[in-house]
Design a protein around this ligand. Structure first.
Ligand SMILES: Nc1ncnc2c1ncn2[C@@H]1O[C@H](COP(=O)(O)OP(=O)(O)OP(=O)(O)O)[C@@H](O)[C@H]1O
Ligand SMILES: [Mg+2]
Length: 502
């Protein structure tokens, strides 16, 4: 599933909000469960407190004791009840049992515990004055039990002592566990945010690191590895693009190396092909010099061999020149409209006599009407010569036959030159148009040739905007086919031809 980084960040931010809330609520629930025992205990205490007088002594003796102490003080040392030091001390003790103290003198409050500084409490307390009674009052959400004691001072001032005990345990619990809750909240926040940040940043950093390593490898010139995208997002796409770039780079480098290899091979082939006739020439010259050719007849023979070898070399160098000029596209082409059937029958007529000497019959199958092609007459002749030359050279039958067929293919004309010669091995077939390629690996001079013939033919046909290909069956024969663009006369007489910048 495609998840863009933006969406992922969004999800993570939402999760950072929602997950802590849920975790926090869960934590509260757990804490609550843990403390429910506490709460039940406490409420149980109070339940007993409300209903079971038999246990009052046990449960209430703490504030009962303080109350008694205070009434005692009221009787025997009432001035102490106005001593802040004493009152604070008393209040501290009371607060330990969740109780508080209020002292009133006439209309003035002498002392009020901080937890009881609520006007509604005071108002409720002052409403009833019945000594020694344990009462309960409910103020807002809170319930208190209280005891009160009223007395007159020596100078007839009314004084009251109230001791209140908080019966609402929740507030107390809340107060006690508030810090715990805060800590839990912070922990939960830190945990979820940390985890999500880690997960999101890892999903971004991991592919980035992979890419970084890949660039380093490429920098070192190592292209033989694969970058597999680890995530399905923008970074995954980047990884894919990177992988494609790596492949292209590798391809182009390989191609470069291939070119380099070809160039080396070309050089070595040229040297070899030039060296062979030179060696032969040197040998025969030596023969004449040393007097091995001691008769005029022999000398004449040697000289004619030398002349033939020199011609071979000359031809080879010409072909090389031609090929490299074609290769560099430096050979000018003169394209004209050529009536193809006429052109072919003329060419064949020229060859006929020569071929008959080799015992080869040549035939032109005229099966199309008049058709004009765009061609460079001279170069096209070269193609035909090369192809028919091969058919002659590789003819292994006594009743050699070459047939030239022409077919009209709408916008082009296809010419096929078919022979019943030796044929070409299927493994060799794809390479015969490569320069210097010869199926005869030994490069013996028996059949002659440099392996440039078909390479030159291919260059020329391609320059014409056509195609050339071969079909062959060993020992049966070979068909070399090529196409040429046809001239299509439009109604206005404007011709459709190859770009006229030639
Ligand atoms: N008609 C054919 N019959 C059999 N083999 C052929 C035929 N045409 C080409 N070949 C094979 O293809 C190879 C390449 O042909 P190409 O014309 O390029 O070179 P070549 O004839 O050996 O040398 P060059 O043409 O330069 O004198 C030949 O060496 C030959 O083995
Ligand atoms: Mg040839």
């Amino acid at each position: 599933m495609y998840l863009s980084i933006r969406v992922r960040l969004l999800i993570s931010y939402i999760a950072m909000l929602i997950v802590p809330v849920f975790l926090f609520l869960f934590a509260l629930f757990i804490i609550g469960l843990a403390f429910i025992g506490d709460i039940e205990n406490i409420t149980e205490d109070y339940q007993v407190d409300f209903k079971g007088p038999q246990s009052i002594k046990n449960l209430m003796n703490a504030d009962e004791a303080y109350f008694t102490e205070l009434t005692y003080v009221a009787k025997y040392a009432p001035q102490k009840l106005e001593d802040p030091e004493f009152l604070r001390e008393m209040d501290r003790k009371l607060s330990r049992i969740r109780s508080g103290l209020i002292i009133r003198k006439e209309d003035r409050l002498v002392y009020t515990s901080p937890s009881l500084k609520d006007p509604s409490i005071i108002r409720a307390l002052l409403a009833g004055k019945n000594n020694h009674d344990r009462e309960q009052i409910k103020i807002g959400q809170r319930r208190y039990s209280y005891k009160q004691y009223h007395f007159l001072t020596e100078n007839h001032k009314e004084m009251s002592i109230y001791i209140l005990r908080d019966l609402s345990p929740f507030a107390h619990i809340a107060r006690r566990f508030f810090p715990v809750i805060i800590v839990v909240l912070l922990l939960v926040l830190a945990f979820t945010n940390g985890l999500l940040t880690y997960l999101v940043s890892r999903s971004i950093l991991k592919p980035l690191n992979t890419l970084k390593r890949a660039t380093e490898r490429i920098k070192e010139g190592n292209l033989d590895f694969q970058i597999t995208p680890t995530s399905n997002d923008e970074l995954g796409e980047l990884s894919l693009a990177f992988e494609k770039m790596r492949q292209k780079l590798k391809e182009s480098i390989d191609l470069q190396l291939q070119y380099e290899e070809n160039r080396k091979e070309l050089l070595s082939n040229i040297s070899h092909d030039l060296k062979t006739p030179i060696t032969a020439i040197k040998g025969y010259v030596e023969g004449i010099r040393d007097g091995v050719a001691d008769t005029d007849e022999k000398r004449e023979k040697y000289l004619s061999i030398i002349a033939r070898k020199a011609e071979d070399m000359d031809r080879l160098i010409d072909e090389l020149f031609l090929f490299s000029k074609l290769d560099l596209k430096k050979l000018p082409f003169t394209f004209e409209h050529v009536e193809i059937m006429e052109y072919l029958s003329d060419s064949i007529e020229e060859l006929k006599f020569d071929l008959e000497k080799h015992g080869i019959e040549i035939r032109l199958t005229k099966n199309i009407g008049p058709a004009c092609v765009i061609a460079d007459r001279e170069k096209l002749k070269r193609v035909i010569m090369n192809v028919i030359g091969n058919s002659v050279k590789y003819m292994n039958k006594t009743n050699g036959r070459i047939s030239v067929n022409v077919a009209d293919l709408d916008d082009k004309v296809r010419i096929q030159i078919e022979d019943n010669g030796s044929g070409i091995d299927p493994e060799a077939l794809p390479y015969i148009f490569d320069r210097f390629y010869r199926t005869d690996k030994s490069r013996s001079t028996l059949t002659g040739g440099s392996g440039l013939g078909l390479a030159i033919a291919k260059q020329i046909i391609e320059e014409h905007g056509g195609e050339i290909w071969a079909e062959s069956e060993p020992n049966k024969g070979t068909v070399i086919s090529f196409t040429l663009k046809k001239v299509i006369e439009s109604k206005k007489g404007v011709t459709n031809e190859k770009d006229s910048d030639y």
